[in-house]
Design a binder for this molecule. Sequence first.
Ligand code: UDP
Length: 242
Amino acid sequence: MKKEQYLGVSVSPLTYDQIIEDMKQRIKAGEQSTVIAVNPEKVMAARRDPLVKELINNSTYQIADGVGMIIASKLKKGELKERVTGVDMMKRILEMAASENLGVFFYGAKEETVKKAKENLEASIPNLHVAGYENGYVQDQEVLLEKIRQSGAQVIFVALGSPRQELWIRENMPKLPEVKVFQGVGGSFDVYSGNVQRAPEMYRKAGLEWLYRLMKEPKRVKRQMALPKFLAAVVTARGEKR
Ligand code: UDP
């Protein structure tokens, strides 16, 4: 599958539709797929930590979630045209699951958050079958795995924050052979529960979601400093694969 490289980290140039089509083929073939969001913060983390890099590069679809990835692609004459966000990708996968009759499982976030997200999504996506859910603070992993198996879900969304959710997926994929799609979704349950507002469309279209989030949560500035550092590194990286 075609990938672009940013500081040694793979990013998929596929659109939402292309990912869904490819994923459907893989499900038919009985293959498991993983979706992980890549942004400048994660690329910089991957540079420091080989495990994070390996987790990202071993995923099936590394989606370009973050305007920084698009800017980097422009600078390097890559093919990333627009963002593929984790929160929107999740919605597209849910719609695919509903139309293909695949049960879905939500794991992560606080109990009231994951429950509310499930209810809101069931109300907004016709024929969606949520086979089960569990909050992200349960202790007994064996009980959790059995609950997922019993649910019959074939798609699971994991919201534990990064890189915990990716580590969880890697560790548990072989133990859940019936689950065909795993997506690490970070704060998406918080968005679908209504607890966290996304930036208004105007900001999203202009690629300024980061600015909106910065205004809402000024302490994010530390995390957002990854963006200029990332772009500087991409521009100056000559020896490294782009
Ligand atoms: N979370 C969880 N269990 C934990 C730690 C975090 O379920 O032990 C949840 C948290 O409640 C939140 C989600 O993980 O809903 C995403 O956390 P965060 O915003 O830190 O992740 P990011 O997307 O920024 O990596």
